[in-house]
Design a protein around this ligand. Structure first.
Ligand SMILES: Cc1cc2nc3c(=O)[nH]c(=O)nc-3n(C[C@H](O)[C@H](O)[C@H](O)COP(=O)(O)OP(=O)(O)OC[C@H]3O[C@@H](n4cnc5c(N)ncnc54)[C@H](O)[C@@H]3O)c2cc1C
Length: 392
């Protein structure tokens, strides 16, 4: 029996895996099962769509039926995979069982939710999919310009939404336990630049504290912060991070840590089961002190992983080697390119000039493992990528 290559997930990881596979093999049947509609969209556009006056429909670049036809894929949309039997090579879905030759887990990550007190705690939104964005967009546009948005989290997604929404005329407040925005990615002086740039768009910062409770108040919401302050908002957006979605794999006995553990061929611990994308934990090239692997919830790792996966699925052994993969942070008030050092690389941030920082060992400042560029310095991105000592 000619069982298909079965892919779970229609995010960038799932579709990119199919694209790369089809470049090498046009005949093997491929089935893609996904809990959502399956439309192709670039998830990074969710956090700069308001500024461009684009709603969820305008963000779809290729409708599900079109991409499925182009790539010769049997698409099962709105179908949830509920269990995997790795011995029998069968998955159970909300519409029945499916056998597979090989299975690719491209199931992504879920927003982290912190327990909050208050009668309106369940009204807190998060945006990690086109459907989530649809809900957020509808509520905010119904409220109209000037509506107050409280954002929990001053990380990449929180800062991008803060810039986008403030630029589009909403009144934005950001709450974060760190004393500065993007603390995990940027050296302190770069954070200060970003904080000032967003203040220029009237973003209000509530740093060094957290949201404790959300209560309804006079048709809106009242947030009580850990520092005792209260802020009023019409919408609360939680952007405090993502956690790889490992439940399905774990229940099937597939090794998971911070994500679904894959080796440098993208194989999981189960035969004929592979993984990539936000749900995967990639093996790290051994470097002293480095943990066994890391999640990399960004676009560029998916593009590299999909190529290697496709080759391995076609019987050509290929090994994942990540090149330097800087992340462009979509904060037009202060453009930023961040290339954080891989875990295990020792060193410190050294300011070359205001707008350019290198992460390098104290005894070898020329051997940089990471960099951050802001403002006009972002044009040096390619030159610095070439200069970086290989990471990951
Ligand atoms: C607002 C925002 C902005 C971003 N900006 C950037 C950026 O500027 N640069 C960058 O590099 N990265 C950015 N990222 C990260 C990047 O978009 C993600 O790394 C990438 O899109 C993840 O793709 P994925 O396919 O792994 O996961 P997802 O897109 O989450 O896809 C997972 C898929 O799996 C399906 N699924 C899950 N479980 C099941 C199941 N049991 N059964 C069936 N289907 C299932 C889901 O329906 C979905 O289709 C951003 C992320 C967000 C949220």
């Amino acid at each position: 029996m000619n069982h298909p290559l079965l892919i779970i997930g229609a995010g960038l990881a799932g579709w990119q895996a199919v694209r790369e596979f089809r470049k090498l093999d046009t005949t093997t049947p491929v089935t893609l099962v996904t809990a959502d509609a399956g439309d192709f969209y670039a998830k990074p556009t969710l956090s700069n769509a308001f500024g461009q006056k684009r709603g969820p429909a305008q963000l779809v670049t290729t409708p599900a039926a079109t991409i499925a036809q182009t790539l010769n894929v049997t698409l099962l949309s709105y179908t949830q995979v509920t269990a995997i039997d790795t011995a029998a090579q069968v998955v159970q879905t909300s519409t029945g069982p499916l056998a597979y030759r090989d299975l690719v887990l491209a199931t992504g990550a879920q927003p982290i939710r912190v327990p909050l007190a208050g009668a309106a705690a369940d009204q807190v939104l998060s945006v990690n999919s086109l459907a989530d964005f649809g809900v957020f967009h509808q509520r905010l546009t119904a409220l109209g310009e000037g509506a107050r948005v409280a954002i929990m989290g001053a990380g990449l997604i929180g800062c991008e939404f803060a810039n986008d929404l403030a630029g589009a005329g909403y009144a934005v407040a950001v709450v974060d336990p760190s004393d500065r925005p993007l603390a995990a990615l940027l050296p302190p002086t770069a954070s200060v630049q970003l904080q000032a740039a967003l203040e220029g768009l009237s973003v209000q910062w509530h740093l060094g504290t957290t949201v404790q409770s959300v209560e309804p108040q006079a048709g809106a919401l009242s947030l009580t912060l850990g520092n005792g302050q209260s802020i009023a908002a019409d919408i609360v957006l939680s952007a405090i991070g993502l956690r790889a979605d490992t439940a399905l794999a774990q229940a099937a006995g597939i090794a998971c840590e911070r994500g679904i553990v894959v080796n440098r061929q993208l194989q999981t611990s189960a035969p004929h089961v592979w993984g990539l994308g936000d749900g995967a934990q990639y093996a790290s090239a051994a470097s002293p002190g480095a943990p066994t692997g890391r999640t990399l919830p960004y676009v560029m790792p998916i593009m590299a992983a999909a190529k290697v996966l496709a080759a391995n699925l076609c019987g050509t052994e290929a090994t994942l080697e990540f090149a330097a993969m800087p992340v462009a942070i979509k904060t037009p008030a202060l453009p930023i390119v961040a290339h954080p050092p891989a875990p295990g690389h020792l060193g410190a941030w050294v300011e070359q000039t205001l707008g350019e920082w290198w992460f390098a060992p104290a005894d070898a400042p020329e051997r940089a493992h990471g960099f951050v560029l802001t403002g006009t310095h972002t044009s040096k991105r390619m030159a610095l990528v070439k200069q970086m000592v290989a990471v990951v």
